[in-house]
Structures are given as C-alpha cells and as structure tokens.
Design a protein around this ligand. Structure first.
Ligand code: LCS
Length: 394
C-alpha cells in the first residue's frame, strides 16, 4: 500500500509500509542480507552518489527496515523515519547529529535515566552543555534557552514521574529562537499523542515498548518532516552504526500492526487500576493523567487522545512498603521496560534511574518510594486481585 493519508490509524498500522515483492508475499519479507548486488559499476556509483534510490549495505538501509520506517513515519504523521538498534541508539544519534562542541541543549529534567546520563557524561566530555528543567512550565524552557542552544529535548509523559509538557506551547517558544524540538513519544505512542501535529520537529521512540509491544525486541526510531534533517540523521546513523537489523525490523513491523488494540485495552485496564489504587487505604498517592488528581489533567485531555497505561504511585510506609508490594505481586512481573502486553512493576530509584545522581533524581521528582506500574492487557480483575493480595501483605 502506498501511504494514503485518507486511511485511519488502525488501517495504516496494519498496512503502511507494505510493498509488493516478486512473489506476492502478504507479509513484508525479511531481507536477511548485509549487502546488495549492483546492476553494474555505474549503478553502484549512482546509489552512492544518492542519484538513484536503492539499497547498498544494511548499515545504511535495507528493504525490511525501510518498510518499518515508512510504517512508523506514517503513524506519526511524518515524512521520514529511521529505525535504530535501540531507543538509546536513536537518542545518541540524535544528539550526535544536532550537538557539537560549544552547543547547549535544554531537556526535560525527568527523562529516561540514560537519555539524561548520556548528556551529563559523554556529551559533556565532548563540550556540549545541558540544562535540565521542569518543562511542564514552559517559562522554564524559555529561561534556560541560551544563544548556543541547538535543541529542546522533551519527554512527555515522563518516565517515571508521569509529568506532561505542553508540546504546542514549548514548540512555539523554541521556534521563536529557531531551535528544533524533539519529543520522546515512547509513553503514548502515536495512538494517543502525535507530537509532529502539535508543532514538534522530531519524534523519538523506544520501539521496545508499545510499538513492538511484546517484550521480545529492543529498538528505536526517529521520525520527522523537514527534508534538511534527512541527510544529517542518515549520515550520523551510517557513521556510528546503531542501525536496526532486518529480523528485528520484521518483528517490530509485526508488533506495530496491533498497536491500537493493545494500547487501548491496556489503557482501559489502567483507568480501572488507577481508580482502585487511588481509593486504597495503603496507597499514599497515584500519578496518572487519567485521574482528576493529576495536576495536568486538563493538558492531558488537550494534547493526548487518552491517558495511556503508565502510572506511578507511592505506598504508605515508603520504600520498604513499596518493596514488599513488588516482592508480593504474583501476576505482575518485577522487571524493567514497559508497554508490553504483560503488566510490569519496578522501582526506578534503584533500577531504571539508578544511574542518575541522587541530586538529579531529587530534581526530577523521582522519590525513593516511587513505584512504576506498566499495565498490560490481562483481565483487569486478575490484576486487581493480584494487587489486592500484595497490598494486604504490607
Ligand atoms: N525513552 C524512554 C522514554 C524510555 O523509557 C527508554 C527505555 C528509552 C528511551 C531507551 O530505549 P531502549 O534503548 O531501552 O529501547 N526505558 C526503559 C525503562 O523504563 N525500563 O527499561 C528500559
């Protein structure tokens, strides 16, 4: 199917990126090849010169990977996409492409730990400065912008504090200064939030999460509209080599076909679970954009089609009580990652965000008692029974 904008998101999730091969294969085949034969020497030269479209070498591009890139770009409402070996492959390529010595980046404080860590360690080593601010307040973004700011990097909702940034408001501020805006859309997926339509310039995904959705592949992606970014991002990826593998692309392509079904079912479960937890006497607080108690409930309604299935909460009794809960659940699995069909629970301060300094965690609002819950697509009654028996043990 050629990407047809008149189709709905579910149709596009199933079909966008498909192409006809010589045998009429209904499913995009896995082109498990590292290199591609040229028709003749001039053909090879034309491909290298970018004068003709085609494939050269899988680190630079591959038909299975391209199919996935087209599907993802279509779902996000973008023109171009690049798939990576991991979400961090996408993050590091993005920063390497846009930031150089003497440059500065403004980022959401509470981003995924390694997305912050790579700026605070490696990019700092290469002479890139960064400011981590509460982007939920767009005035903080404007205050942090410097003459050398080259990128505004947002994550919304944030991992794991579930805070939102107004993408439209921050994009219009950043654009006044000519600065591109990137949104890590991992927690929402294009089913619930489409940052390019809200003014962002680039969308980033850890495909490992909702888009693949089955906790069996690690992957990442960048999606954008501006043609100028294409040679820059492609070249950076081809030089550094964090490209996706064709088999990995095939699995993510397959997973993405059921994206809405999974995201919407998990969200339905999460709405029920968040209300259950909020009313539970052993729970101190719950942070979930679908609850009226979320400070940005109105913003969630404005920029997201739904609150998703990620939440964080604190158990009365703090860290020790939270640990007891994590050790007592039987159906939910105690594991990092998120956005899969299975429900996962984890403790960010000692796991996903342990690499951040205690000061950075404090600034980002990642308190020691915070428990993160990624709701899956199981029967919601079973999940509540599981939480209930675990909470009784505290
Ligand atoms: N962005 C966000 C929002 C993430 O949650 C992650 C991974 C990444 C980027 C990096 O993607 P990866 O390289 O892992 O595909 N988040 C993880 C988490 O919360 N638990 O384990 C990984």
């Amino acid at each position: 199917m050629k990407n047809n904008k008149s189709y709905g998101l579910d149709t596009l999730a199933v079909h966008a990126g498909d192409f006809k091969d010589a045998f009429g294969s209904v499913v995009t085949p896995i082109y498990q090849t590292s290199t591609f034969e040229f028709k003749d020497a001039d053909h090879g030269a034309r491909l290298f010169a970018g004068e003709e479209d085609g494939f050269i070498y899988t680190r630079i591009g591959n038909p299975t990977i391209r199919s996935l890139e087209e599907k993802l770009a279509t779902l996000e409402g973008g023109q171009f996409g690049l798939a990576f070996s991991s979400g961090m492959g996408a993050v590091s390529t993005l920063f390497a492409a846009f930031l150089g010595q003497g440059d500065h980046v403004v980022s959401t404080a509470a981003v995924y730990g390694p997305s912050r860590g790579i700026l605070e360690t490696y990019f700092k080593k290469f002479g890139v400065a960064s400011s981590f601010v509460n982007t939920a307040d767009e005035r903080e973004v404007e205050k942090a912008i410097q003459p050398n700011t080259k990128l505004v990097y947002l994550e919304t909702p944030t991992n794991p504090t579930i805070e939102l940034t107004d993408i439209e408001a921050v994009s219009s501020i950043a654009h006044e200064y000519g600065i591109p805006v990137v949104v890590d859309n991992t927690f929402s997926s294009p089913v619930l939030q489409r940052p390019l339509e809200l003014g962002a310039d680039i969308v980033l995904h850890s495909l490992t999460k909702f888009i693949n959705g089955h906790a069996d592949v690690v992957g990442g992606a960048l999606i954008w509209n501006k043609e100028d970014f294409t040679p820059l991002l492609r070249k950076t990826m081809a030089y550094f080599g964090p490209n996706m593998d064709p088999h990995q692309a095939y699995l993510v392509y397959r997973g993405a076909k059921t994206l809405s079904l999974r995201v919407l079912k998990a969200q339905e479960n999460a709405i029920t679970i968040a209300k259950y937890l909020e009313n539970h006497p052993k729970i101190e607080w719950v942070k979930y954009p679908g609850l009226k108690s979320h400070p940005q409930y109105d913003l969630a309604k404005k920029q997201m089609k739904g609150p998703g299935s990620m939440m964080s909460f604190g158990v009365k009794g703090g860290l020790e009580a939270g640990k007891k809960l994590m050790n007592s659940v039987q159906l939910a699995k105690l594991a990092v990652s998120l956005g899969g069909v299975e429900t996962l629970i984890q403790h960010p301060a000692s796991m996903t965000h342990a690499g951040m300094s205690p000061e950075a965690r404090k600034q980002a609002g990642i308190t020691d008692e915070l428990v993160r819950f990624s709701v899956g697509i199981e029967d919601v009654d079973d999940l509540i029974t599981d939480l209930s028996q675990a909470l009784e043990k505290i």
